[in-house]
Every structure is written in structure tokens, then in C-alpha cells.
Write a protein that binds this ligand. Structure first.
Ligand SMILES: [Zn+2]
Length: 445
């Protein structure tokens, strides 16, 4: 290999699980990175004899995989972890919104985003879709820590925790898109919180904004039975038929949850090419129900995986989401073959990337894609023996195995430590805020 095409970084000698459509794995593989992208992947012994690299990582005894893609999160809700427990979604939201409204400003939101991003980075997540107040602060936090993020403004016609008048939200979303449209790490989108918190005019306008700018559009949809009943009473149609009627379904639309879908709804979602992000931890904890994921996959609906916020799961652990996604639908269907481990792993990687419209760039280890990677330690009792790296990722691996993480070839986590942000400071500041967070729901301080 000529010196001019030398790699910036070569990770070699470990198992490589590519998580591509073919399920390619290399028992002793190598990945060469150049200009932030994967320039070479294959068996280490097939590396050109004169392959040069500015830096080399010896991955012997480790497993290299694409970073996980968390397609639905509310990062700064990490500040409220464990604050509101054992309520149904609607009652739970009322308490949570009170806490958010009292606590959140740009400064605390930045802290919450840093806390959430730290948790994601250390667990091998390299891209996250975030829906939250003050998206500029999440963008700032993600550029600091080095993770990839999709986020933007969203429609919300009630009083929001950021104090922004509902009438300003469309302009705010547009300004965010303009500001970040060429950013390497932040991909802007446009969102609607839900059909039960926004009127049809705001919803349509936000969707049209996404379309006009070629952005992904994201909305919570049919998370609970009550949501469908509320929307039916308000608009004369349940959530998915309403979105269909408003022209809001399509390949650029990503529905969060999509649990209470009847056969006709499923057909609308499938026929329109609309994607879904499944959030099993949140759905189980809030008792929201079981999304019809195996049927969605059978109908060709792109399905990604998300954690939702740390208030509906208490952590934002994609490994737990992955294992639940891989197992719970089997119990629901009373059939071990209801969903394969390959399908589950795809949801956490390429499926999420596809659902976010980013599959050409991220979600698998393939030449030309962004070098968003995680390296897992295999010197663990739960990692031996290891027959199939892909099923290992689904059923045995966990966040504690993640040693190194790169995004665009740049180190984000090294030897289990954040490279670009100060975890100690984040934890200290969060602990300092804790009494105020508790007081925010107890009506005093
Ligand atoms: Zn959510």
C-alpha cells in the first residue's frame, strides 16, 4: 500500500462483527480507517503486506462491532432518573413535566445532556436521536463528547419546559436546521412531540418543514391505548390514520413506539415506507403494551431500537433494550422463532440507522461508512466460549464490556474512560442539583 493511502488508524487482530446485511464476521479481522471512514475491512492476514498506519490498536482477545444506534431518547431527562415511579404514562407525564418546568434551563439542560451522553458513550452508543427542550445544548454537549446526534426543534402546543411560545416552535426548528445542516456530528431533523400535544396545524407545518429541508421527521405515535382514544375524540381518527390523513407518513417519517396499531394501521405504515423505533424497556416499565415488532419486520417496516429517556427506564442502556427486543416478542408469540437474534441486532445498528435515514453512513462496518466503532473486552466469564459474535452481542455482551469507542475514527472512550468530557464533574454537578429536583415535585424547596 502506498504511503499516501496509509490508514490513520488500524484496529487489528480481534473478532470483527460487521453487522452488515450478510452478517459478515472475521475471526481475526482488521479495520483500517482513513479520514474518519472505514477504508478497509477483512481478515487481518489479507491486509496488504505494506499496509501502513499512523496508529495501530491491537484488538486480540476483543470484539470490534459498529457502535450502537439509539433511535429514540430524551437525554436531559437523565436528571430526573428514578424521580417518578409506578404511574401510567399520562399521570406520569404530568408529574415529570412539572419537574422539567421547574428545573430546566439552558444550563441544567446542558448538564442533563452531558450526563445522558456520557452514559451512552461509555456503553458503546455512537449515534443518538434526541427529542428534548433546548436542542442547542444537546448539540453543544454532543460536539464536546464526540458522539453523532440527530435532533432539532419540535412542535408542542402546550406549555413547554423551555417556556417557548408554541407559535415560535416552527421558526425555532427551522433555525436549528439552518444552523446544523452542514455539521459533521449533528444531523438536524424536525419533530412533533405527539398528536395529543399538538394541533393538526402545528403538526402539518413541522412535517412540511422536514420535507422542505430533506430532513427526517420524528413523532411519538400510538404509545398507549389512551393516546389513541384522546386523538380519536379530538380529531375523529386514531393516531396512525390521522397521520395518514394529514400526509405525514412516508419513508422520512419515524414513529416512536407505535404500539397500539391495528391491522389497517400496520398496513398504512408498511405501504407508506414509514419507520418505527421500538423502545421495549420504556414500554414494559410504563405498562404501555407490546409493539407488534415481528409483524412489522415481516411486512418490511424498517424498525430501529431506542431506550427512550432515563425516566421511563431509569438508565439508557441499549444492551438491555436489545436483549429485551430479542426475547420478549418470543414470549408474546409463544414462539422462539418469532424474531431472530440477527433481526434484533439489526434493530440496534443498521435498522436504527435506516429508520433515521442514515444507513448509507452508519450502522455497520463496511468500507466507505463512517468509522463509528466499539471494542468489547472478551476476557469475561460471560464471553467464553464464543461461537457466534453476532449472537454474543445480543445475548451475552453488556455495557460493562465496552472498552473503546470511536466516532468518525476519533476516540470518544478509551480504556473505559471518556476522552473528551469530564465524568467526575458531570456527576458532581448532577448530585448538587438533586435536592432541587426532588423539591420540584414536592412543591417546595
Ligand atoms: Zn419518548
Amino acid at each position: 500500500m502506498a504511503a499516501s493511502s496509509a490508514f490513520d488508524l488500524l484496529i487489528t487482530g480481534g473478532i470483527v462483527a460487521c453487522c452488515d446485511e450478510k452478517g459478515t464476521a472475521h475471526a481475526k479481522g482488521a479495520v483500517g480507517i482513513k479520514d474518519g471512514r472505514i477504508a478497509w475491512v477483512g481478515d487481518a492476514e489479507k491486509l496488504p503486506a505494506d499496509a501502513a498506519a499512523a496508529a495501530t490498536v491491537d484488538a486480540a482477545g476483543k470484539l470490534l462491532a459498529p457502535g450502537l444506534v439509539n433511535a429514540h431518547c430524551h437525554l436531559a431527562d437523565s436528571l430526573f432518573r428514578g424521580l417518578v415511579e409506578d404511574l401510567e404514562l399520562e399521570d406520569w407525564l404530568q408529574v415529570l413535566w412539572r419537574a422539567e418546568g421547574t428545573i430546566l434551563n439552558e444550563e441544567t439542560n446542558l448538564l442533563g445532556a452531558r450526563l445522558g451522553l456520557a452514559e451512552l458513550a461509555l456503553s458503546g452508543v455512537t449515534t443518538v436521536l434526541d427529542m428534548f427542550w433546548f436542542p442547542e445544548t444537546a448539540a453543544q454537549a454532543t460536539k464536546k463528547i464526540g458522539l453523532r446526534m440527530m435532533t432539532g426543534g419540535f412542535a408542542f402546543d402546550l406549555d413547554g419546559a423551555d417556556g417557548m411560545p408554541a407559535a415560535d416552535r416552527l421558526k425555532h426548528a427551522e433555525a436549528f436546521i439552518e444552523r446544523y445542516k452542514d455539521d459533521e456530528l449533528v444531523t438536524p431533523n424536525a419533530m412533533v412531540h405527539g398528536a395529543y400535544t399538538s394541533g393538526t396545524a402545528s403538526m402539518k407545518a413541522m412535517h412540511e418543514l422536514a420535507q422542505a429541508h430533506g430532513c427526517n421527521f420524528h413523532i411519538h405515535a400510538a404509545e398507549t391505548r389512551k393516546e389513541n382514544e384522546t386523538v380519536l375524540a379530538q380529531h375523529g381518527a386514531r393516531v396512525v390514520p390521522l397521520l395518514e390523513k394529514l400526509g405525514m407518513l412516508g419513508p422520512d417519517t419515524l414513529l416512536a413506539h407505535a404500539i397500539h396499531l391495528d391491522d389497517a394501521d400496520l398496513k398504512m405504515v408498511a405501504d407508506s415506507g414509514t419507520a418505527v423505533v421500538h423502545n421495549p424497556v420504556s414500554n414494559l416499565k410504563l405498562g404501555s403494551g407490546f409493539a407488534r415488532v415481528p409483524e412489522m419486520l415481516a411486512r418490511g417496516i424498517p424498525v430501529g431500537l431506542g431506550t427512550d429517556g432515563a425516566v421511563s427506564g431509569n438508565d439508557i442502556d441499549m444492551w438491555l433494550a436489545l436483549r429485551l427486543a430479542a426475547t420478549m416478542h418470543r414470549a408474546v408469540a409463544n414462539k422462539a422463532g418469532a424474531l431472530s437474534s440477527k433481526e434484533a441486532l439489526r434493530m440496534a445498528t443498521l435498522g436504527s440507522a435506516q429508520a433515521m435515514g442514515m444507513a448509507a453512513e452508519i450502522g455497520s462496518i463496511e468500507t466507505g461508512k463512517r468509522a463509528d466503532l466499539m471494542l468489547l473486552d472478551l476476557e469475561r466469564p460471560h464471553a467464553v466460549p464464543l461461537f457466534d459474535p453476532h449472537s454474543h452481542l445480543v445475548y451475552s455482551a453488556c455495557k460493562g464490556d465496552v472498552e473503546d469507542v470511536w466516532v468518525g475514527g476519533r476516540p470518544v472512550v478509551a480504556k473505559g474512560q471518556l476522552v473528551n468530557d469530564d465524568l467526575g464533574e458531570i456527576l458532581e454537578q448532577t448530585r448538587r442539583l438533586q435536592p432541587q429536583v426532588l423539591a420540584s415535585i414536592n412543591g417546595g424547596d
